[in-house]
Design a protein around this ligand. Structure first.
Ligand SMILES: Nc1nc2c(ncn2[C@@H]2O[C@H](COP(=O)(O)OP(=O)(O)OP(=O)(O)O)[C@@H](O)[C@H]2O)c(=O)[nH]1
Ligand SMILES: [Mg+2]
Length: 297
C-alpha cells in the first residue's frame, strides 16, 4: 500500500511553514487526513502541532552547545544524525494509510538544497518501494517579492532547479506570498515570471535605478564607496545573463502562484500536488457517516 507525501522546501523565510499550515487547514476543511512532519530542528512555534517532530530526536540548541557549532553547521549535524536514525521516521510513518497526505516541513538553509547529498538520500529512503514506499513530490517555494530584483530571482530559480535535478521526484515550483506583489505588479507583467527567460534582465528595475543614480559607472572597483558597483557592473550582468540563459535552455522551471491568505489559491496548489503523486487514483470511495449524510442533505 502506497503512502503519499509532499516535501515543502525553499530558502529561509520563503513561507514554507505558513504554507504547510494553510494546506493542513484546507485538508481538514475538506475532510482529508494530513500528517504533519516537522524536519526543522530550529523551528519554534507552529499553527498545527506536528504529528512527528525532529526536535523529539535532536535539538539544534543542544547540538550547537555541545558540539560548538553555529546554526548552519548544527543543522547539517542534525540531518546527519537523522540519517543515522532513520527508524525514527519508519516508526512514525509506517502505520499511515494511503488516505493521508504526509507533509514534510523543511528548514530553509540553502546548503541542504545545493551541495550536500543528504536530501536525495532522505528522499530515496522515504520513497523506496518495499520500505516506507511514500509516493513523494517536492514543492519548492520562492518569495514572489524576489521578482523585483532580477538577480535575486534568477539565483532563487537556479536553486529551485538544482533541487529539482538533485531530488529526481515530481516537483512543483511555487511563488509564495503573492498577496505582497498583487497590487504592485500587473497580472500581465507577472506572467513573464511564470516561465523565466533572459528577456527579464532587459528591464530589471534595480538595474535601471542604479544606472539612474550613476552607480554602475565604475564596475569592479575596489573602492569601498563603489561597493554597489560590484553588484551591478558589466561582469555581474554577464554572469546573470549566463545563469538566466542556463535556466532558459533547460526550460524546466515554471512557477505556480500561491497566496496563503486565499483558500482557493491553496486549493489550486494542492490539486497540482495531488496530480503529481496521483493521490486520487488510489482512493476508495468513502461512505459518509450518518451525521455527515444528513448535513449534506
Ligand atoms: N504576506 C504574507 N506573508 C507570509 C506568507 N507566508 C508566510 N508569510 C510570512 O513570512 C514569514 C516567514 O514565514 P514562514 O512560514 O515561517 O517561512 P519559512 O519558510 O517556514 O521560514 P524558515 O522555516 O525560517 O525557513 C512569516 O512572518 C510569515 O507570516 C504569505 O502568503 N503572505
Ligand atoms: Mg519554517
Amino acid at each position: 500500500m502506497s503512502k503519499y507525501g509532499v516535501m515543502v522546501m525553499g530558502p529561509a523565510g520563503a513561507g514554507k511553514s505558513t504554507f504547510c499550515a494553510s494546506l493542513i487547514t484546507h485538508l481538514q476543511l475538506n475532510r482529508r487526513s494530513a500528517f504533519y512532519v516537522n524536519l526543522d530542528p530550529a523551528a519554534e512555534s507552529f499553527e498545527h502541532t506536528p504529528d512527528l517532530d525532529i526536535r523529539e530526536l535532536i535539538s539544534l540548541e543542544d547540538v550547537m552547545e555541545e558540539m560548538h557549532l553555529g546554526p548552519n553547521g548544527g543543522l547539517i549535524y542534525c540531518f546527519e544524525f537523522l540519517m543515522e536514525n532513520l527508524d525514527f521516521l519508519t516508526e512514525g510513518l509506517d502505520s499511515l494509510t494511503e488516505e493521508y497526505l504526509i507533509i514534510f516541513d523543511m528548514p530553509g538553509q540553502i546548503e541542504l538544497y545545493t551541495h550536500i547529498p543528504i536530501l536525495p538520500t532522505l528522499m530515496k529512503f522515504l520513497s523506496q518501494p518495499g520500505a516506507l514506499d511514500i509516493r513523494m513530490c517536492a514543492a519548492y517555494l520562492l518569495e514572489a517579492t524576489f521578482v523585483v530584483d532580477r538577480a535575486k530571482f534568477f539565483a532563487g530559480t537556479l536553486s529551485a532547479m538544482s533541487a529539482m535535478i538533485m531530488l529526481e521526484v515530481p516537483h512543483i515550483n511555487v511563488l509564495s506570498k503573492m498577496d505582497l506583489v498583487k497590487d504592485r505588479i500587473r497580472k500581465k507583467d507577472f506572467k513573464r515570471f511564470i516561465t523565466p527567460d533572459t528577456s527579464l534582465l532587459d528591464d530589471d528595475p534595480v538595474d535601471i535605478e542604479r544606472r539612474k543614480a550613476g552607480l554602475d559607472l565604475n564596475p569592479g572597483s575596489s573602492d569601498p564607496k563603489d561597493k554597489d558597483a560590484l553588484m551591478s557592473g558589466a561582469t555581474f550582468k554577464r554572469l546573470n545573463t549566463a545563469v538566466a540563459g542556463l535556466i532558459e535552455s533547460f526550460s524546466m522551471v515554471s512557477y505556480l502562484k500561491l497566496d496563503c491568505t486565499d483558500e482557493d489559491s491553496v486549493a489550486a496548489i494542492l490539486s497540482y500536488i495531488d496530480d503529481c503523486i496521483q493521490y486520487h487514483e488510489a482512493q476508495e470511495p468513502k461512505e459518509l457517516k450518518d451525521e455527515e449524510f444528513e448535513e449534506n442533505e
